[in-house]
Design a protein around this ligand. Structure first.
Ligand SMILES: [Zn+2]
Length: 457
């Protein structure tokens, strides 16, 4: 999931404004009315899936279900969950027969958190994304047209050519793209000067990117950068990261959770609570154990979610593989929004790779995501100039995968890093405790380069 402010998204101004008005209203409605809204949309999706999607036709028949059996949100539990493996195996039969009328776009999940899976979303769901971000950023005071900065590595790859640029400014959408591949102590003044020149009000990025930039800027006391809010998403935001980012940028961090499949959206309000956006999707939290322990007021769950907007390939009761702790008793928020609250989110965690020229590369798992044919991968830095990459591939040509993977990793780390690839099974890479799985692991002490707190992951 990503707010990309693509110009083509503005091709639906009427649809955007209509949905924005609805979404603004929804957040203040009672639970009863919100659930009515969810149920209405859910029943449309279920009826469509039953009529037009072969996978669901078979599934419903096998389980003796018809759309009329889904009379409440709770009835959704009658439908068996869809896992990422099932999605991969049943890709074709999950496509609606009338898919063309929804102008589908093919996207892919990450290959680092359970195996890469392709899926379709309706093109018009870009409107949903846009409106969701507009509303959740609005909780931090953002107004459309406010200048914001965004940390990005992808638009500045390959590093050896585009990576030398520090920023790009897009005046039309008032976005300042900052190159995260250049985060290094020697470049602190460059970043300070860019902030001084463009004066963005908000900053968006992955928690690891934001944290590394904060570590570098923290060395420049009196840098004077003062933002209204920082938006983090895409990885688990750790407490020490939040503390430093808030201190360095003199503002709050508003963290959010979502994924490419566009079935779930959770974001923080100004009170610091994580609200589930109920008009975006139906989100279930499935406990790992019914026995949460005596006296426990929180329980660890897996997020299972259903899109309310995707007709090309409806994902119903989709197991995200991501974890959240929820309160056993409902908690009300001082912000007065009725969207339910999640206690904490536990998704992807990855280490930072340090290059031989002492740049901090965060989110290197993107290189795995970009390489077709990888089912699961893990990048291990065992020396300052060496990465060992463990990959499980599909039935395709391994040599082709290896060459593409090396090229994709070098686009981030540069040409001085040695890269060794080892082919292993998905099970071996996952290990026994998959919940602790990290897609990027660093065995190199970065303490001397970026400060001591970097190694607490
Ligand atoms: Zn709130």
């Amino acid at each position: 999931m990503g707010l990309d402010f693509k110009i083509k998204d503005f091709a639906y101004p009427g649809a955007i404004l209509k949905l924005k008005r609805e979404f603004e209203r929804h957040q203040w409605l009672s639970q009863e009315i919100l659930q009515e809204y969810q149920l209405k949309r859910l029943q449309i999706i279920i009826a469509h899936a039953y009529q037009n999607v072969p996978y669901y036709q078979t599934l419903f028949h096998k389980n003796g279900l018809v759309p009329g059996d889904i009379k409440t949100i709770k009835d959704l539990e009658k439908i068996p969950c869809l896992t990422k493996d099932l999605l991969r195996i049943n890709y074709s039969s999950l496509i609606a027969r009338n898919v063309k009328q929804y102008d589908p776009m093919e996207l892919a999940t990450s290959g680092t958190t359970g195996g890469q899976v392709k899926f379709l979303v309706d093109r018009v769901s870009n409107v949903l994304e846009f409106v969701y971000y507009w509303r959740s950023w609005g909780w931090a005071g953002y107004r459309l047209g406010d200048k914001f900065a965004e940390l990005s590595a992808q638009v500045f790859t390959p590093y050896e050519t585009r990576g030398k640029e520090f920023y790009r400014y897009q005046p039309l959408i008032r976005r300042l793209l900052l190159n995260s591949l250049q985060i290094a102590h020697r470049n602190a003044d460059v970043y300070v000067n860019i902030f001084r020149k463009f004066k963005p009000l908000f900053l968006k990025g992955l928690p690891s990117n934001l944290y590394m930039l904060a570590l570098v800027l923290n060395e420049r006391k009196g840098h004077g950068i003062c933002l209204r809010a920082v938006f983090s998403q895409g990885e688990t935001l750790l407490r020490h990261q939040r503390e430093l980012i808030e201190r360095v940028f003199s503002c709050k961090v508003f963290d959010a959770y979502g994924h490419m499949e566009r079935t779930v959206a959770i974001s923080q309000c100004s009170e610091g609570n994580y609200h589930v956006h109920q008009d975006y999707g139906v989100t279930e939290f499935e406990p790992f154990s019914t026995n949460s322990g005596t006296g426990a007021d929180e329980v660890l769950t897996e997020i299972v979610s259903t899109s309310l907007y995707n007709f090309s390939m409806p994902l119903i009761r989709y197991r995200t593989g991501d974890l959240a702790k929820i309160h056993l008793k409902p908690v009300a928020c001082l912000c007065k929004r009725s969207f339910p609250i999640v206690a904490s989110l536990e998704g992807r965690i990855a280490d930072v790779v340090i290059t031989p020229d002492q740049r901090a590369i965060t989110a290197l798992y993107v290189a795995l995501d970009r390489t077709p044919g990888i089912l699961l991968g893990q990048i291990v830095q065992d020396q300052i100039d060496q990465l060992v990459v463990r990959v499980a591939c599909d039935a395709g040509d391994r040599l082709v995968v290896d060459l593409a993977l090396i090229r994709n990793i070098k686009e981030f780390v540069g040409n001085k890093m040695k890269i060794e690839i080892i082919h292993e099974s998905v099970e071996k890479i996952r290990g026994e405790n998959f919940r602790k799985f990290k897609s990027v692991v660093s065995q190199v002490s970065s303490e001397k380069i970026f400060g001591s707190s970097i190694i607490i992951w």
